[in-house]
Design a protein. Structure first.
Length: 384
């Protein structure tokens, strides 16, 4: 007899003769939104109980309308719940999962929601697509303050907020995650950084003999300015660090062909490197119109140049501002719009003032992602 259930944030449905041994049995983990689980039960010679493991403290009421007896037991871990079901009609039963078999993929990233940046957008986009394809993707990232995850299967490492930097530093130590990982039966671990949680990802991959994939998101040596020593020496250390980290990886992904060629040039690596650009949902851009933004911001017939990103030295914003200031000398209708925020914002405002273009350079701050298409449609030129 088949029944259909779809509890949100369910992590695993497992058949076991003794619920206390559930963690020793392979847990079939599935992302259940918008998918569902189907189960079958049949008579067996030995009585069996079913354990349902949860990783969300928000679950309290499920299986509404079921004429079964069940109860919820909370463990010492606030993120773990266990539900024991007892089917009164049958003394024994077995549980079978009926779903497409997909991979279990763990993404380790030093930055995830609520942060807004390119890495977060990349991880989120790939996760959504892989989930739609039937795979199960788990996110391991930094802890957050006053932010509640709306997605299932996002697990947080402790982190420290650094006042002078707009990022939290993840601490790659978590007894709960150490307990959890073996149960996920991962097929791939995907690292998005070569430090902190990236090193944790490499250690876990080696410990459990799981392939490690690394996305080389950016030109890391351009971040050397954050370390107050000889820049040539620091860049050499960064490159050496990256080379040693990549030796631990089975495959490397680059977001652009230019990054791939740069990587080949200074690493000597040629094999096991694939360029996979971060995908874009085109529909919002097709449907957006820039007229409302131009009217709201009183841009009139001005020629708008727009760029988006984190306002930090490694992004080389001063070159763009200087180039636009030069163009403005012969065309007073040009206006530069910089969308984003970051530690260099005030310095860039001061630089625009020094060049005499304060009234022609607009710093919008962070803009909701669903509004970005409108800003781009309102512009005449996008600079990357």
């Amino acid at each position: 007899m088949d029944r259909h259930i779809s509890p949100a944030n369910c992590a695993a449905l497992v058949a076991c003769s003794d619920p206390s041994t559930a963690t020793n049995i392979r847990l079939n983990i599935f992302h259940l939104h918008p998918s569902s689980i189907y189960y079958q039960y049949s008579e067996k010679s030995q009585p069996v109980q079913a354990a349902l493991i949860f990783f969300s403290p928000m679950i309290r009421r499920i299986f509404v309308g079921w004429k079964k007896s069940f109860f919820l037991v909370k463990s010492k871990y606030t993120q773990r719940f266990r539900l024991y079901l007892f089917l009164k009609e049958y003394n024994e039963f077995e549980v079978q999962l009926i779903l497409e078999i997909g991979m279990h993929i763990a993404h380790f990233t030093n930055t995830y929601k609520p942060n807004i940046n390119g890495v977060v957008r990349s991880v989120s986009t790939f996760r959504n697509t892989l989930t739609q394809m039937g795979h199960n993707v788990f996110i391991f990232s930094q802890d957050t303050q006053e932010y509640e995850d709306e997605e299932a299967f996002v697990f947080r490492y402790p982190s420290l907020s650094i006042p002078t930097v707009d990022y939290s530093f993840s601490i790659p130590v978590s007894p709960f995650i150490d307990w959890l990982l073996p149960s996920l039966k991962l097929d791939i671990i995907h690292s998005n950084h070569p430090v902190l949680l990236g090193y944790a990802a490499a250690d876990k991959a080696e410990k459990f003999n799981i392939p490690l994939v690394f996305t080389f998101h950016t030109r890391y040596e351009e971040y050397s300015h954050y370390i107050p020593f000889s820049q040539a020496f620091v860049k050499e250390i960064i490159v050496d660090w990256l080379l040693r980290y990549m030796e631990r990886c089975q495959h490397i992904v680059t977001p652009s062909e230019s990054i791939r060629q740069m990587l080949i040039k200074y690493s000597g690596l040629h094999d096991h490197i694939t360029t996979i650009p971060t995908g874009i949902e085109l529909k919002p851009f097709h449907e957006a119109t820039g007229a409302s933004i131009r009217h709201k911001l009183n841009w009139g017939k001005e020629q708008i140049i727009v760029s988006i990103g984190r306002l930090a030295a490694e992004k080389n914003w001063k070159t763009l501002i200087a180039a636009c200031a030069l163009a403005m000398q012969s065309n007073q209708n040009i206006r530069l719009i910089l969308i984003g925020d970051g530690p260099q914002k005030e310095e860039l405002k001061k630089y625009a003032k020094e060049l005499g273009v304060t009234d022609k350079v607009v710093f919008t701050g962070l803009v909701p992602f669903d509004q970005i298409p409108k800003y781009l449609k309102a512009a005449d030129l996008f600079c990357f």
